[in-house]
Write a protein that binds this ligand. Structure first.
Ligand SMILES: [Zn+2]
Length: 460
């Protein structure tokens, strides 16, 4: 080769091959593989040695990128310097594996410790990845919006599973959309009163294009109170959480001038399961909303102090279960419906009450071939309870933040991709793994690792 007469001859940088080692805590050292040193910025093999640095009692060789076209030079005065562990090929593999682990953590299909075992890494690393990705999601779009785009749901399943964190009880109140199967509203709370349930319902309502007009829930009274106090037309499906599961109720709540009209339908939970003629019961309750029922002030007539308790004891024993919920079966009128779940048809008598017809029309599509007690939210509950690592945060707010990040990633998988790309994991977090066989496993699990190294060698 011929060089021009002026200036220094251009220095050549033959490709560098170096052993990538694992340093065990007991002082052992094991060569993982001989690798080609690449710049982490431009992936060029045109690199030179650049002295050594002392780190944890060891001398670590450093390198510098010598590729004149390296983009790093455009924004920095000196070329990129790096160690073997942060060099291009290694970085790529580790980033890829961190990405895989992160996705698995946020998918929640297997538990956190199972993920650690699968990748041969420490629980600490998995915890770190989880908190990091949660923070990134929070920074990217906040934890307020559970969905990126409003959904087409008009029916939600409401549920409030109970969990204990370090023996402190919490309710996870959730609304899940029947069409999207996404969690549209969530609140973690020590209580599950009407206000808590209303908050979650309203959040779900903000996440849908159309107003939600059907709520399905177990027989928790606060949900019924909430539905009544919405002061707008709504249909509520009530199924029991405890045995026997055979009965369910549909409440069609509507308003007429100053009256609230609740049409209650009682039916068996297998109503929509198979083709055939089905029986149901119905009754209509009316509340006059303009006249609040005055409460009697003072002591009732003829009752002296201490007598009240005695009188209460004389009352007949209350039936088990919530009062009024299934009285429709005893006191309601009888009706029949012809069901064909395969054709998705439900035929009622011609003279049926419009409210009864409306109640069936609004709810039938949720249940063809299914039992009314099949709760859509239950699957998601089990995922949340077992897969979201909830032992860290101890406050309701902390728990909710963690769950929100998880739900956002679950509802909008594309966010996880963006979050991972936008957050550059520092290779420093892997130093701990470097001291055990965890790092070896990460390289082994990456099927391109050895191959990739080979092709790059032959190209250069
Ligand atoms: Zn470079």
């Amino acid at each position: 080769m011929c060089y021009p007469m002026v200036g220094r001859p251009k220095k050549e940088y033959p490709p560098l091959f170096e052993p990538l080692c694992i340093n065990f805590e007991d002082g052992r050292e094991e060569i993982l593989e001989i690798i080609l040193v690449l710049c982490p910025e431009c992936r060029s093999a045109v690199v030179g040695v650049y002295g050594t640095h002392k780190r944890k009692g060891r001398r670590v060789q450093y390198y510098q990128c010598k590729n004149p076209a390296c983009l790093f030079n455009k924004t920095h005065n000196t070329a990129r310097q790096f160690a073997l562990t942060t060099s291009g090929g290694v970085r790529e593999v580790l980033d890829g594996m961190l990405g895989k682990m992160t996705k698995e953590i946020m998918k929640g299909k297997i538990s956190q410790s199972a993920i650690a075992e699968k990748y041969g890494v420490s629980d600490t690393l998995i915890c770190y990845l989880r908190s990091k990705i949660e923070k990134t999601i929070s920074n990217l779009q906040g934890l307020k919006n559970l969905v990126v785009e409003l959904t087409n749901d008009t029916a939600v399943a409401e549920d409030e599973p109970f969990i204990r964190i370090n023996s402190v009880p919490f309710y996870i109140i959730m609304s899940t959309g029947y069409t999207s199967h996404k969690i549209l509203g969530i609140k973690v709370s020590k209580t599950r009163n009407e206000k808590d349930i209303r908050e979650v319902f309203e959040e779900a309502n903000r996440n849908t294009k159309l107003p939600i007009n059907v709520v399905t829930a177990d027989a928790w009274g606060a949900t019924q109170t909430m539905s009544k106090n919405l002061m707008r037309k709504i249909t509520l499906v009530i199924h029991k959480h405890k045995k026997p599961y055979d009965k369910a109720g549909i409440w069609h709540i509507d308003y007429e001038k100053t009256k609230r009209i609740i049409t209650k339908i009682g039916l068996k939970t297998n109503f929509f399961k198979k083709r055939g003629k089905r029986e149901y019961f119905y009754l209509v309750n009316e509340d006059n909303l303009s006249l609040p029922v005055p409460k009697k002030r003072g002591r009732p007539k003829g009752v002296k102090n201490g007598q009240r308790k005695q009188r209460k004891n004389l009352k007949p024993k209350m039936k088990r279960g919530r009062k009024g919920l299934f009285t429709v079966f005893d006191r309601g009128k009888r009706g029949y419906a012809k069901i064909d779940p395969s054709r998705k048809t439900l035929i009622l008598a011609k003279n049926v009450l419009p409210a009864v017809a409306a109640a069936f029309r609004e709810t039938q599509d949720l249940y063809w071939h299914k039992s009314i007690s099949d709760n859509l939210a239950e699957n998601i509950n089990s995922v949340i309870e077992s897969r979201v690592h909830l032992t860290g945060p101890k406050t309701a707010e902390g728990l909710e933040q963690r769950l929100r990040a998880f739900i956002i990633a679950k509802n909008n998988p594309e966010i996880l991709e963006i979050a991972f790309v936008s957050h550059k994991f520092s290779p420093k977090i892997l130093f701990n793994e470097w001291n055990n066989s965890g790092i070896k496993r990460l390289f082994q699990l990456n099927e391109n690792w050895g191959k990739k190294n080979q092709t790059e060698v032959s190209v250069n």
